[in-house]
Design a protein around this ligand. Sequence first.
Ligand SMILES: N[C@@H](CCC(=O)N[C@@H](CS)C(=O)NCC(=O)O)C(=O)O
Length: 217
Amino acid sequence: MEPVLYYSRNPNPRLAAAVARHLGAPVRLVWAAPFHPDHSEFFRKLNPSLRIPILVENGQSLWEADAIACRLSQMVGSDFWRMGAAMPEMIRWISWGKENFVRACDMVSYERGTRLRYDQGPTDPAMVAEGLARFHEAAAQLDGHLAGRDWLVGDSPSHADFRMATFLPFNDVMKLPLEEYPAVAAWERRLRGLPFWDDPFEGLDAPALPPVRDPQG
Ligand SMILES: N[C@@H](CCC(=O)N[C@@H](CS)C(=O)NCC(=O)O)C(=O)O
């Protein structure tokens, strides 16, 4: 049976959908709302935390976007998930990114986006300030690495690029000052030039996220 990738428009499922479509992986993309009370029982059997993305293949479920990216890359024999000598370097950027750049974006995205989309109270300015401080520190380091190169590892996009950029498609809401870091901004524009990074949902049934509502507004 064809493997199924459960996704939504939120950042990590978006990342997995973008990887699948970028690679042309032989999976069926199925939109999911795992926290909806009608669906949570089904999804709890696939992932106890209910979170997506989830890849179901031969009755086995695999969760975590990075593990799924690894499996999708294996399926099609791509070096998107680097092997051999380049693998440690790719994992270095995935690991550093999740602790630093991605984490900073996630903090700001939660405060300025997720909270307001899902009625989780008003934006906390102290958390935004901390996220922005972390962003500036991480973006400066990333800018140094990306200066004079197109991609984080080698000459073509790898999962390190996609993972690092997980939250950047939400910058209309995050409002991070990317342009202060010219190499990061150029790299982000390069990513947007990849059709399925720019719109992983083209032609799919992918309902919009709830709007960002300012509880004070
Ligand atoms: N560490 C997990 C995080 C997964 C996660 O937090 N998923 C969130 C979206 S970013 C989710 O399931 N939200 C419910 C939804 O999108 O309906 C990964 O990298 O896959």
